[in-house]
Design a protein around this ligand. Structure first.
Ligand code: SAM
Length: 244
């Protein structure tokens, strides 16, 4: 369901104006009778139905107040290349605090850490407990799943999100912001797979595998971030852009 912000709820009839009105009428081509979610600046949300629409102003009628949710509208899955030592614990804890829906530890070609079999299962069990306690402290509505350790190809097959972004340290043309804008214009910012490499970076073969599955390579800026910093910077920028 598409969400739009209004300064305040809760009159029976509200208007959405400006860029959002143009997006609803011209891009989403919604018609009177269509339903959307409106959220006030202070986080109260309601289900609403469009009663009148033109390119400058959309009038909506509030149907019901929705239970308060702490979940982002965008389902973000973080696919993190296996990193050394306690870095994975830090990344999982912070990603869950910030609102990630799920985390996938990915065994990448340049990962120094090698995990398989019982050792991998034990690690995932520990990471799941970290996700659980981070979710509780952040008042999440869900406990994000830490998926089993997978290769890039397995992870892509199991997480076919509408938008896939791979942060690639050698990318110098497309920014994360530009990729998000394109996804938003296509209405594809419902679920997003974010791929981050390990300390040794992403191999060319992995980049091609991701690209072939529809992932867009993006830059996170002109400085190279550490493996444990990159995902958190990207998640924070994504949720800033989506208003989550
Ligand atoms: N050697 C450092 C370390 O020990 O952590 C740097 C690791 S960096 C290569 C790890 C991953 O972070 C990359 O594969 C990429 O996914 C992401 N990353 C870091 N800086 C980036 C940037 N400026 N643009 C895009 N991705 C970046």
């Amino acid at each position: 369901m598409h969400r739009f912000f209004v300064p305040q709820l809760y009159n029976e009839t509200m208007t959405i104006e400006g860029v959002d009105a143009r997006h609803i009428s011209k891009v989403l081509r919604m018609q009177p009778g269509a339903q959307l979610q409106i959220v006030s600046d202070d986080g109260v949300s309601a289900l609403a139905e469009i009663s009148a629409i033109d390119s400058e102003c959309v009038t909506v009628h509030c149907l019901e107040k929705l239970a308060e949710s702490h979940e982002p509208a965008v389902r973000l899955i973080l696919a993190q290349g296996l990193a050394k030592g306690e870095k994975m614990e830090f990344i999982i804890q912070k990603a869950v605090e910030m609102g990630a829906y799920s985390v996938v530890p990915v065994a990448m070609e340049h990962s120094v850490v090698r995990l398989d079999g019982a050792k991998a299962a034990k690690k995932v069990e520990r990471w799941q407990k970290i996700a659980e306690s981070a979710a509780k402290q952040s008042k999440r509505d869900i406990i994000p799943e830490v998926q089993p350790v997978q290769t890039m190809a397995q992870m892509l097959a199991a997480n076919d999100c509408a938008t896939k972004i791979i942060a690639y340290e050698c990318e110098d043309k497309k920014s994360l912001k530009a990729a998000l804008k394109e996804a938003q214009a296509k209405g594809a910012l419902t679920d997003l797979l974010l791929i981050i490499g390990p300390e040794g970076g992403i191999s060319e073969a992995e980049l091609e595998t991701a690209r072939a599955a529809g992932a867009v390579p993006v830059s996170l800026g002109r400085r190279i971030l550490r493996a444990e910093t990159a995902g958190l910077v990207a998640i924070s920028a994504i949720f800033y852009e989506t208003g989550d």
